[in-house]
Design a protein around this ligand. Structure first.
Ligand code: DGL
Length: 257
């Protein structure tokens, strides 16, 4: 089945490009439009109502651009707003949630760690997921300031290293064997995190799972059949950090939204 409309992807900022990359690698023929709502980052410290309002604003814009499906490439927006989005719009949505399930199922120590935003860890959806794994000890840590530092291009800063040490040390001491990255910004921190945690601790995020889910949904609503599928990226702040993270092959445009 053919469907040459683009796939819309949004996040509170540049983090969702970690999800976009997985989608693009798996489905290179698909046309994608990415919205980085960096002006409003971080979503993780906002109220549920505000996260819903921003998610709808991003969805409206992607629908104006004729998207055939929307990927909410943000754990905070998914866990706080996906139900409201699905209630309001007819277009299919794919959300991203912390990969608690594979970590819990595969953990040998039965102790796992999760690093995510306050908005995600406090959400009803997240609590429902953790309730399914009551035999597993889940060490939750809010990643205060991490998104701001990533948005400012300070991934390798001394402050980042110090924060990561303080967030991860209690998890290492508790003997976790899986670390779940529950925010789409955090995969960009993997090189820093790897320097801190022992080799036997596996890091997991949800990027590939979301790409596979997107592929499955396209079997129903149609794949793109033309080869002219250059991705488009819009940001509502200075494009410099987004451009750096994507590399020069991708065109980033500034837009007021
Ligand atoms: N990248 C987002 C997430 O996956 C949101 C981070 C934020 O804006 O606080 O949760």
């Amino acid at each position: 089945m053919d469907n040459n409309q683009p796939i819309g992807v949004f996040d509170s900022g540049i983090g969702g490009t970690s999800i976009w990359r997985e989608i693009h690698n798996l489905l290179p023929n698909e046309k994608t439009i990415y919205l980085a709502d960096s002006k409003n980052a971080p979503y993780g410290e906002k109220s549920k109502e505000e996260i819903i309002r921003l998610s709808m604003k991003n969805t409206d814009l992607l629908l104006d651009m004729n998207c055939k499906l929307i990927v909410v490439a943000c754990n905070t927006a998914t866990t706080n707003a996906i139900r409201e989005l699905r209630d309001k719009y007819d277009v299919p949505f794919i959300g991203i949630e912390p990969a608690i399930k594979p970590a819990a199922i595969n953990s040998k120590t039965q102790i796992i760690g999760i690093l995510a935003t306050k908005g995600t860890l406090n959400s009803e959806l997240f609590h429902k997921t953790t309730e399914m794994f009551q035999h597993i000890k889940i060490i939750e840590q809010i990643g205060y300031r991490l998104v701001e530092l990533i948005e400012n291009g300070q991934i390798e800063s001394a402050e980042m290293t110090q924060l990561l040490h303080s967030y991860l040390k209690p998890m290492i001491e508790a003997n976790i064997d899986f670390l779940v990255l529950g925010c789409s910004h955090y995969p960009y921190l993997i090189p820093q995190i790897r320097k801190i945690i022992p080799d036997h601790i596996q890091i997991i995020d949800s990027g590939l799972a979301v790409a596979r889910q997107t592929q499955n949904l396209l079997k129903e609503i149609g794949f793109n059949n033309d080869n002219n599928s250059k991705p488009i990226f819009y940001t509502n702040t200075n494009p410099k950090v987004l451009q750096t993270i994507l590399g020069n092959n991708c065109v980033v445009q500034e837009k007021d939204f």
